[in-house]
Design a protein around this ligand. Structure first.
Ligand code: G3P
Length: 225
């Protein structure tokens, strides 16, 4: 499963890139607005930090003609950019147009299987299925992910299912169990993927024992060795 970080913060991307496990970045208008930096400069910095990654950047118009203009502008900035498009009627029309032009898309704000079907049929590269926002309404957001993964597989759609609105590591586990292609998550959730208290206590014990014995990896070799 690919791991994307969901952020408008270039520094977070820089840190996640250092781990060598990052496959891409997703942004949205809220995250870009929070960053306090320009849209183009932020997205281009992310492209440079992660040269093989997919960087999603979203259009903000809601009528087809304006959305198309924005999409062509955004996609002209860099070949790594995937145009993020909301799942509304002109959005699906836009995805079809962009697919014909060979421009990759990430259809966002997808909550149901019928919506995912529209995105897949239009030729979306990624279908961003939101889970946390559904869980917030005391429903199970992962059900639509499971059904969408199955739909994509059963019908041979080329779209990849991207689990978005991830709120905790269990969502990542469930995304894997569902066979989702991608999970995107805030940087702080990605940091939580490292964590286990037994890892911390186990490491402490190893190092205490090692230090108590006065050992060193760089000890001088004796002549007999
Ligand atoms: O970028 C889309 C999505 O991941 C947003 O997540 O936490 O605002 O529901 P959230």
């Amino acid at each position: 499963m690919k791991l994307f970080v969901d952020t408008g913060d270039v520094e977070e991307v820089r840190q996640a890139v250092e781990w060598g496990v990052l496959d891409g970045v997703t942004t949205n208008p809220t995250l870009i607005a929070k960053s306090g930096k320009g849209f183009r400069e932020t997205v281009l910095s992310m492209c440079h930090l992660l040269p093989d990654g997919d960087i999603s950047a979203e259009v903000v118009a809601t009528n087809y003609d304006e959305m198309l203009k924005e999409a062509l502008e955004i996609s002209s900035w860099h070949s790594q950019i995937v145009v993020k498009v909301p799942l509304i009627e002109p959005g699906i029309r836009l995805v079809s147009t962009l697919a014909d032009k060979g421009i990759r898309t990430n259809v966002t704000l997808v909550f149901t299987v019928p919506q995912a079907l529209m995105a897949a049929k239009a030729g979306a590269t990624y279908i961003s299925n939101f889970v946390g926002r559904v869980d917030d309404l005391s429903d199970d957001g992962m059900v639509a992910v499971q059904d969408t993964v199955r739909m994509v597989q059963d019908y041979g759609f080329e779209s990849e299912v991207l689990v978005a609105s991830v709120r905790h590591p269990l969502h990542v586990v469930q995304a894997i169990q569902a066979g989702a292609h991608v999970s995107t998550m805030p940087f702080k959730i990605m940091q939580m993927l490292f964590k286990h208290p037994l890892t911390d206590s186990g490491l402490k014990r190893f190092l205490d024992d090692w230090n108590q014995a006065g050992l060193s990896i760089f000890e001088k070799q004796t002549a007999s060795v």
